[in-house]
Design a protein around this ligand. Structure first.
Ligand SMILES: NC(=[NH2+])NCCC[C@H](N)C(=O)O
Length: 315
């Protein structure tokens, strides 16, 4: 049958037409670590399975491109190059060491910390100079990530955290209208699971959870996805279960016990461990293994193995 009617004739039939697959999703200006490679490979594999079954897959790279760390980075950039003479590209050079230097100054110098916090406010207000600096920092990271994706032959479409910002207020308003959001120690939270999910911080700012609620809303209502799948390490299981439970309380998702769609799932994988059994680190700043070197190493070891086996087989 397959030979006559093609491979599509026996691909599995699932009751969904469109899936959002949220995978890889590294953070801008931070290292893409070995866990992101796991997410990238598992996510790409799942995407290919769905695509094989003729399901439309929206491959989403939910990059961490927003947050208070950008105030620190932008301010550091401005102070290091007060005349703005260098193109950000050259000025920043190795983004990881740039991040480390900025963080050091932020931790050690209270005045700088204050200026960095001001910079976040100005970025969030959308001031041109700040937005431009933010964009070039993101672009440098993006170029680095793309090298890895090209190498692994993985396709992704970036819709980072910043994309969902404009949707957060109305989504939280809807949840407040449904009586789901309460006040707790100056923050706004969704109870239901323990610990409660913080959706507005004490300083009034939004966070990872508010962004994920807005993203889930968007995926269900604008992208009309019937199954939304997130691939991260198991460390984030708690977070996703809280977000999904909030979505169920809001009536966005059916009750978990009914095998119904739309549906949200978290695919959690284990931490990558080093030879000593502790969490493996890939970071250029602290002397641990760099991700690109890890890929090089994997490639050369595989090649060596292949050659060894070939020669052992007498060729
Ligand atoms: N929608 C999401 N929260 N996706 C996963 C994001 C992963 C996160 N940026 C990290 O590096 O840990």
């Amino acid at each position: 049958d397959m030979l006559i009617h093609g491979i599509e004739s026996w691909s599995p039939i699932l009751p969904v037409k469109r899936v959002v697959l949220d995978f890889s999703s590294p953070n801008i200006a931070k290292e893409m670590h070995v866990g992101h490679i796991r997410s990238t490979i598992i996510g790409d594999t799942l995407a290919r399975i769905f695509e094989f079954a003729n399901i439309e897959v929206l491959r989403r790279n939910h990059v961490g491109d927003w947050g208070t760390q950008f105030g620190m980075l932008i301010q550091f950039l401005f102070e290091k190059f007060p005349n703005g003479e260098e193109a950000a590209n050259q000025a920043i050079g190795d983004l990881q060491s740039f991040y480390r230097d900025a963080k050091k100054k932020f931790d050690e110098n209270p005045d700088f910390k204050g200026r960095a916090q001001q910079a976040v406010v100005r970025l969030q207000r959308g001031e041109d100079r700040y937005l431009a600096a933010w964009k070039s920092i993101c672009q440098i990271s993006r170029n680095e990530f793309d090298l890895v994706y090209k190498r692994l032959n993985v396709e992704l479409e970036e819709k980072g955290e910043s994309f969902y910002n404009p949707y957060i207020p109305r989504v939280l308003e809807e949840l407040t209208g449904k009586g789901l959001i309460t006040e707790s120690k100056g923050a706004r939270v969704i109870e239901g699971r323990k610990p409660p999910l913080i959706v507005v911080k004490r300083d009034g700012g939004f966070n990872y959870a508010s962004t994920d609620l807005a993203a889930l809303w968007y995926r269900l209502n604008v992208e009309m996805a019937e199954w939304i799948i997130y691939v991260t390490d198991v460390g984030q299981q708690q977070h996703f279960h809280s977000v999904f439970s909030a979505a169920r309380m809001a009536g966005w998702l059916p009750d978990q016990k009914e095998e119904k769609y739309p549906k949200a799932s978290h695919v959690g994988f284990g931490f990558v461990l080093g030879a000593d059994g502790s969490r493996f680190r890939t970071r250029s700043s602290d002397g641990a293994v760099r991700l690109v070197d890890l890929l090089d190493e994997a490639k050369s070891q595989s090649l060596a193995q292949l050659i060894k086996r070939l020669t052992e087989n007498g060729n």
